[in-house]
Design a protein. Structure first.
Length: 135
């Protein structure tokens, strides 16, 4: 298999107790674009992909027990063109803001909000250059 460098090569993976609620929250509150959703025989979300500009996140529902796929809450950073507009949308949709919209000393304007299961999502203008593997 050849890696397609026109697509993201890092996909954050999140685990939720309620996959449908997570998908609804991420699409309605933050503007993700719903993609593929795979369910098990009981209707639980075992895999879903949500698009974001030229990137994506994947998620699944908690499998319980000692499954290595129950990863717990995380923090993710997503670049947006207009953080004030995005912040307004999130607040209007009922987001739990954990850091108000602010100008950072490193030049970014950003805010952070927690989703219903404790994951923190940061949205701002900081977009550092990304080192690529040699070859």
């Amino acid at each position: 298999m050849t890696v397609d460098t026109t697509r993201p090569t890092i996909y954050p993976v999140l685990t939720y107790a309620d996959g449908d609620r997570a998908i609804a929250h991420l699409t309605e509150t933050f503007g993700f674009v719903p993609g593929e959703v795979t369910r098990d025989e009981g209707g639980r979300v075992v895999h879903a992909t949500l698009g974001w500009a030229n990137g994506a996140v994947m998620l699944s529902e908690s499998r319980g027990g000692d499954s290595p796929f129950d990863l717990g809450p995380v923090c993710l950073y997503l670049v947006v063109d207009d953080p004030d507009d995005h912040y307004g949308r999130a607040v209007a949709a009922g987001a739990e803001v954990v850091m108000e919209i602010t100008d950072q000393p490193y030049g970014s304007r950003e805010y952070a909000a927690r989703d219903p299961e404790g994951n923190v999502w940061c949205f701002g203008t900081y977009q550092p250059a990304v080192a690529r593997p040699a070859g």
